[in-house]
Design a protein around this ligand. Structure first.
Ligand code: AMP
Length: 193
């Protein structure tokens, strides 16, 4: 099956996972969604050795090593049984972006359609993350670390996808309904569904 891939990137607390989840739920026949963070947390929850290794990175707000993340993404795309696949929280580094590019060159059945960036201010991101306290990584020190790690490669990631005409920025400082409406319209139009 040919698969159309949409990536959603955004700061911690930008709402990227919630937005994508709602869109997939509203379009169950056509769209499947995976959150990179959720996939990694699921491995941690399984109690495996790999999960233990992953946990040590997540707890500090550090990026999980490249090979683990790429494997996770590959498996998710492979098991996706819908024509449109949304993955949020990826790529989060220049090396991940390059590895994905290689993967796409080897897999003509996967088309990267768009990279959607959910833009929020650092203040909004911080308020949301500290307000939700989802896990051990939702505290101010780890937040600051995650924010720094998010922002550092962002200009290069934006430039790369802008040059392919694939970058779309969405204002994440609005209600979930407004953000989801914009994002859903964008995805459906570009996917032709
Ligand atoms: P998130 O749920 O997107 O906030 O991600 C939570 C944590 O999972 C991050 O702080 C990282 O430790 C890890 N993680 C999520 N996505 C990635 C990624 N693309 N590359 C490396 N680590 C990731």
């Amino acid at each position: 099956m040919k698969k159309k891939l949409f990536l959603i990137i955004g700061a911690p607390g930008s709402g990227k996972t919630t937005d994508a989840e709602i869109i997939a739920q509203r379009n169950p026949d056509k769209i499947v969604h995976y959150s990179t963070g959720d996939l990694l947390r699921a491995e941690v929850a399984s109690g495996s050795e790999l999960g233990k290794e992953i946990k040590s990175y997540i707890d500090q707000g550090k990026l999980v090593p490249l090979n683990i993340v790429i494997n996770t993404i590959k498996n998710a795309i492979e098991k996706a049984d819908k024509p449109v696949v949304i993955i949020d929280g990826f790529p989060r580094s220049v090396e991940q972006m390059k590895a994905l590019d290689e993967m796409l060159k080897e897999n003509p059945n996967i088309e990267l359609v768009e990279v959607i960036e959910v833009v929020v201010s650092e203040e909004t991101a911080k308020e949301r993350v500290l307000g939700r306290a989802r896990g051990a990584d939702d505290n101010v020190e780890v937040f600051n670390n995650r924010m720094k790690i998010y922002l550092e490669p962002l200009p290069e990631i934006e430039k790369f996808y802008e040059s392919q005409n694939k970058l779309v920025k969405i204002n994440g400082e609005r209600s979930i309904e407004e953000i989801v409406a914009d994002m859903e319209k964008e995805i459906k139009e570009k996917a032709g569904i």
